[in-house]
Design a protein around this ligand. Structure first.
Ligand code: NAG
Ligand code: NAG
Ligand code: NAG
Ligand code: NAG
Ligand code: NAG
Ligand code: NAG
Ligand code: NAG
Length: 455
């Protein structure tokens, strides 16, 4: 074999400092200049211009991106071997001339040394955004000293897929200006007061970790927080006051956890909550006053929970801004007539794949903005002729996979804008022609798998 083992070292650096040109770059690298239009010029450097050791740099606006990779070729083919980013810095010409604002490193091994010790020569002291991606922190722990010198100015910090199990809570003590913190895809657990120093935080993403328990002090003081993602963890229970300081949150993602119950006042202080996802938990009972204080709810998902057989009466009623309610794939069997009463902003209602056998005649009364209603995959036998009469803007109606025998002839007279009607997989044996009278916009009607004789 002519090339028994060869090592290709690839380091991609995207560095940006104002309008540089290739001839201003002091380097042994080969340089290519690309104009991005306007004032932006991007410089790509291959360093050194040698086939086997190779680095690519791009310059644009005080931003650097480094991808550290060493590709080793052997008889088994190509294999990626991480390399230490430090040597790659030697390729970077005049790094010091601009203080960096934004810095991203991917697949670069990290050492025990603090971040600023390693990166200080690059001018990281005023860093505002830092992304560390696809690598591992030594001992899977983020120690208190690590970001010490760069903490002051940081606004955005992302530590993605870096195998973190633990973060010393002092790490955040100096990050008074931090607004977004993304630590998704790690193996993190949360300790007492973990985030309580971050009083300016707006956006906190902790999804895809191994969080089982959230101490009730963890989010204390986060009064400005707007977005909180906790999906895909192992959370089994929540203390009633875990979220009590989160008065500004408008988006909360709790899906894909192991929650078995919810304290009735868990969301009581989240008066601005608009988007809530509770799907894929093990909850079986929804407390009647769970959303009593959340008057601004817009979108709610309570899906894929087979333990839920009913909802409290009028549970979604009187919500002025409620647009979407997704209740797919639970075990709902009886719905109260006032479930959605007076929630006139509703546009999307998903009730498919439940155990509903009948629908109260006035359950959709007054919901003139609904465009999509899914009721397929239930056990509905009978439909009242008045059930959909107020749904004057309905475009998609799915009643497939039920046990419907008769479609009342007047059932769709109000639904002038219906585009899709799904009645497949039912027991319908005849459909009166005038059922579809006046539905000028109808493009799809599915009647397959019924007993209709079209002779
Ligand atoms: C590049 O920079 C080094 C140190 O700053 C300097 O000694 C050298 O002369 C420069 N080379 C060129 C080609 O400008
Ligand atoms: C980087 O900049 C600092 C401050 O301007 C200066 O003290 C230091 O000597 C510079 N380092 C190099 C390697 O040029
Ligand atoms: C920080 O993140 C916000 C929101 O994603 C973004 O708008 C802003 O430009 C970021 N700041 C920096 C310095 O990258
Ligand atoms: C319904 O939920 C169960 C778990 O409760 C899940 O296994 C199944 O895939 C879901 N079905 C659909 C159609 O999403
Ligand atoms: C909704 O508002 C009406 C009128 O204010 C009230 O009578 C009814 O009890 C309310 N329903 C719920 C479930 O809060
Ligand atoms: C639904 O069923 C539950 C339990 O079987 C019952 O407590 C509740 O009153 C029923 N709701 C309606 C609207 O029938
Ligand atoms: C109609 O329903 C059948 C049975 O579920 C399905 O296989 C088919 O794709 C549907 N057709 C349309 C146009 O949706």
């Amino acid at each position: 074999m002519w090339l028994k083992s060869c090592s290709i070292f690839v380091c991609l650096l995207v560095l940006t400092c104002a309008q540089k040109t290739c001839d201003q770059v002091n380097t042994t690298c080969s340089c290519h200049m690309v104009s991005l239009g306007g004032l932006s010029t991007k410089l790509d450097l291959s360093c050194p211009s040698d086939r086997q050791d190779h680095a690519l740099f791009t310059y644009l606006d005080q931003k650097v991106e480094v991808i550290c990779k060493q590709t080793t070729f052997s008889e088994d083919g190509f294999k990626l071997v991480p390399i230490h980013p430090r040597p790659t810095l030697n390729f970077l010409p005049n790094l010091n001339e601009t203080y960096l604002k934004s810095y991203k490193i991917r697949e670069c091994p990290l050492t025990d040394d603090s971040f600023d010790t390693v990166w200080h020569p690059m001018g990281v002291d005023n860093l505002e955004a830092l992304v560390i991606e696809n690598t591992a922190f030594p001992k899977n722990k983020l120690e208190d000293y690590y970001f010490h010198a760069i903490s002051n100015h940081l606004v955005n910090l992302s530590l993605l897929g870096v195998q973190l199990e633990e973060i010393d809570k002092e790490v955040f003590a100096l990050m008074k200006n931090l607004e977004t913190l993304d630590i998704n895809q790690n193996r993190l657990t949360i300790s007492e007061h973990q985030f309580s120093h971050l009083t300016n935080l707006l956006d906190l993403r902790l999804h895809n970790n191994l969080i089982e328990f959230i101490p009730s002090t963890a989010f204390k003081g986060l009064k400005k927080l707007v977005v909180l993602h906790l999906w895909s963890n192992l959370i089994t229970s929540l203390n009633p006051d875990t979220f009590s300081d989160l008065i500004s949150v408008n988006s909360l993602e709790l899906s894909d956890n192991k929650l078995e119950y919810l304290p009735e006042d868990i969301f009581a202080n989240m008066k601005l909550l608009r988007l809530l996802n509770l799907g894929r938990n093990d909850i079986s009972k929804i407390p009647p006053r769970l959303f009593a204080n959340n008057r601004f709810l817009e979108k709610v998902r309570i899906e894929n929970m087979k333990g839920i057989t009913s909802l409290p009466d009028g549970f979604f009623s009187n919500y002025t801004y409620l647009e979407e309610v997704k209740l797919m794939n639970c075990s709902l069997n009886n719905l109260s007539e006032d479930l959605f009463r007076n929630s006139h902003a509703l546009r999307i209602i998903h009730l498919q794949y439940n155990d509903i056998d009948s629908l109260p005649t006035f359950i959709f009364e007054g919901l003139k903005n609904v465009v999509e209603l899914k009721l397929n995959g239930n056990k509905i036998k009978e439909l009242s002729g008045n059930l959909f009469k107020d749904l004057v803007n309905l475009e998609i109606l799915n009643l497939g996979e039920n046990r419907i025998k008769i479609v009342p002839a007047n059932m769709l007279t109000g639904c002038k804008h219906l585009i899709e009607l799904h009645l497949n997989n039912n027991d319908i044996d005849s459909l009166a022609l005038n059922t579809l009278y006046g539905l000028d916009e109808l493009t799809t009607i599915n009647l397959s798998f019924n007993n209709i004789d079209f002779e």
